[in-house]
Design a protein around this ligand. Structure first.
Ligand code: ZN
Length: 242
């Protein structure tokens, strides 16, 4: 059994470190946002891990750029038959209807209706706006539930696309930023990010106290985090046509 033991930040990249009974250090970069996870031998201290990360920074950055490039590429197609995720549900896109721009759900179909002359980017923008609305609508009930439990209130919640983060917390302005990609994941994942960012209003960094608070308020946060960074997006990432 392994447990996530700590977080590091190196060159602006936040890294999960898991200590294990192993001989060598392993670095993995996960889709879709390029989360970096390190499995480290138990004997290594933080400085040694930092050094190893610094030495591998060019490789890590290259992996992250590739992930983002792949993501952008599929986002631009927006054609019927593609797989898209909405709140963790795998849906099939139908873009065959033309008319006023709108998005709708029916069973396992995600309908994307746009004027006939819309190109891929315009179709993408319509769907992106819809995801943002989905996310904005989902957040207030979560704040109502969690702010009293965590004991902090966010002054504002902003939906903003971020290259490498699901969420972030601006401690001074007490505002929370959420990545619209969260509307593609199981709602459990959004709930985890909301609690995580609210907890940053108590502790700025991922220190021991932060992890204690997460364990206290949301004992299954690690499973939610892993779900957030796990497989189904790989499928979405490469798309059904290539
Ligand atoms: Zn954090």
């Amino acid at each position: 059994m392994s447990t996530a033991n700590s977080y590091l930040s190196v060159a602006g990249i936040s890294i999960d470190v898991v200590y294990k009974d192993i001989k060598n250090l392993h670095i993995s970069v996960y889709p879709p946002v390029g989360r970096v996870r390190i499995a480290a031998p138990k004997r290594l201290d933080e400085d040694a891990i930092r050094l190893a990360v610094v030495q591998r920074l060019p490789w890590i950055k290259k992996q992250r750029e590739q992930l983002r490039g792949a993501d952008r590429q599929t986002q631009r197609r927006m054609i019927s038959g593609e797989t898209h995720y909405v709140w963790g549900e795998r849906l099939r896109l139908d873009a065959s209807r033309h008319g006023r721009a709108r998005v709708g759900l029916a069973g396992k179909t995600l309908w994307l209706t746009t004027p006939a002359d819309y190109d891929e980017n315009q179709r993408w923008a319509v769907l992106d706006r819809w995801y943002r609305t989905q996310l904005k609508d989902a957040v207030p009930p979560l704040l109502d539930k969690w702010q009293p439990i965590v004991g902090r209130e966010a002054a504002a919640v902003v939906v903003r696309r971020m290259k490498t983060k699901w969420g972030t917390c601006q401690v001074v302005s007490r505002s929370i930023w959420l990545n619209p990609e969260l509307a593609k994941k199981n709602p459990r994942c959004l709930e985890y990010i909301v609690v995580h960012e609210l907890t940053h209003l108590i502790e700025r960094t991922h220190n021991e106290r932060f992890i204690e608070l997460m364990d206290l308020h949301m004992p299954d946060w690690r499973a939610r985090r892993d779900e957030l960074n796990a497989a189904p997006l790989a499928e979405e990432q490469w798309g059904p046509h290539g």
